[in-house]
Design a protein around this ligand. Structure first.
Ligand SMILES: [Zn+2]
Ligand SMILES: [Zn+2]
Length: 389
């Protein structure tokens, strides 16, 4: 098998300039979630050129795609791409690297197609990670049905095979009161803004009682019309994050109770708005992470330890709750570069990003090969998935 892995590495290196220019093109044409028309077009064009059978608009999502190579009856392994950008700061999350590492891995496998064990390789394009929950829609749309294991990478300032991700749920609060002159007739009014302010106060008290890895953070989205009118309407949106689905649900209830108490205290009427695209916590799959790690060593990258306090969220968490999934981190930026910063946006097309993207493409392709080649490895990943809470 070692020779096939060498051939994968050589194939990815041969495509280095093409992958880098594809990455730069996506980077320099940032598109927001569900509007990634150009990126999806370029990525599918590239994959079709490598011999993949391409389906566009899968799962009812226009900018999603699934590209497949099939070598016979066997396991299905998915490599995931993201390619949405952020408002105002473009590709400051480096999704251009995720996308091109994904299609690069696919190309590396396509190059050794004749030597691949039987099975199916999917490169799946998953739009709108930054808040839009593209993977949630693709799961519901059946795009992951029949997939045995999935992997993707994300850019960072270090290589880490596994990092926890918190689940996150959004909840909105709308308070309705009664307008009145704030000086002449304040006792005739019901102050909806007080409902919002009291909610924040209640949440601040709740914060002392929550687990250290939970996060609750909100903004006021509407706070009244003028100081001389008792606000008749006010609203806030909160994100609630936790490391387990169970605790996420508990904490969400308690945050809602904070708003209910505030409504009661102020006499305003509360409408709770629950959004249905919860991002679920990342379910660890050590078997897959270890397989990835072995190939990381093979391509000569150095691993960093997990970091327990820099915790984000992603809809890949939802995928990890339905099938064995990993999202290792790849060094594409200098040490200490924060995500969602101008510096990260610049780093995402640096020579370091090229290095990371090519190494990640090789490691994902090699790990996919291992999963197709070693039924025991896949069986252990599935067993671990079933056994984990
Ligand atoms: Zn991001
Ligand atoms: Zn991201």
């Amino acid at each position: 098998m070692s020779t096939v892995k060498d051939q994968i590495a050589t194939a990815v290196d041969h495509l280095g300039d093409e992958l880098e220019s594809l990455s730069r093109r996506i980077h320099d044409n940032p598109e927001l979630g569900y509007q990634e028309v150009k990126a999806a077009g370029w990525l599918t064009e590239f994959l079709a050129g490598q011999g993949f059978k391409v389906e566009r608009g899968v799962g009812g999502v226009e900018t999603a795609f699934r590209a497949t190579i099939e070598t016979g009856d066997g396991p299905s392994i998915a490599i995931l791409c993201e390619y949405d950008a952020l408002p105002a700061i473009g590709h400051a999350c480096g999704h251009n690297v995720i996308a091109t590492a994904g299609v690069g891995a696919g190309a590396g496998l396509a190059a050794v197609r004749d030597k691949l064990p039987k099975g199916r390789i999917h490169v799946i394009g998953t739009p709108a990670e930054e808040g839009g929950g593209g993977k949630v829609r693709l799961i519901r749309g059946g795009v992951f049905t029949g997939v045995d294991a999935a992997m993707m990478v994300h850019g960072w300032d270090r290589w880490v095979p596994h990092q926890d991700l918190l689940g996150v749920v959004r909840v909105g609060f709308e308070f309705t009161g009664k307008a009145a002159h704030a000086s002449a007739d304040p006792w005739e009014g019901i102050n909806a803004l007080d409902g919002v302010i009291q909610t924040f106060n209640n949440v601040s008290m709740l914060r002392q009682q929550v687990r250290p890895d939970a996060r609750v953070h909100g903004i006021v989205t509407s706070g009244g019309a003028a100081p001389n009118i008792i606000p008749e309407f006010a609203a806030a949106t909160f994100y609630v994050r936790a490391a387990s689905l169970e605790y996420l649900a508990q904490l969400q209830k308690r945050v809602i109770a904070c708003a209910e108490g505030a409504a009661k205290a102020t006499g305003s009427t509360l409408k709770v708005i629950e959004y249905d695209n919860t991002y679920e916590p990342m379910k660890r799959n050590q078997t897959l992470a270890d397989a990835f790690r072995v190939n990381m060593r093979r391509v000569g990258v150095t691993e960093s330890p997990e970091i327990k306090e820099r915790l984000g969220s992603s809809d890949v968490g939802n995928v990890s709750q339905v099938l064995p999934t990993i999202q290792p981190y790849v060094k594409i930026a200098p040490d200490g570069t924060p995500w969602h910063s101008r510096a990260f946006e610049e780093a995402a097309v640096s020579p370091l990003a090229r290095e990371g993207l090519l190494a990640a493409a090789k490691v994902m392709a090699m790990t996919t090969l291992d999963l197709l080649d070693d039924p025991d490895l896949l069986a252990r990943a599935k067993q671990e998935f079933r056994a984990a809470p």
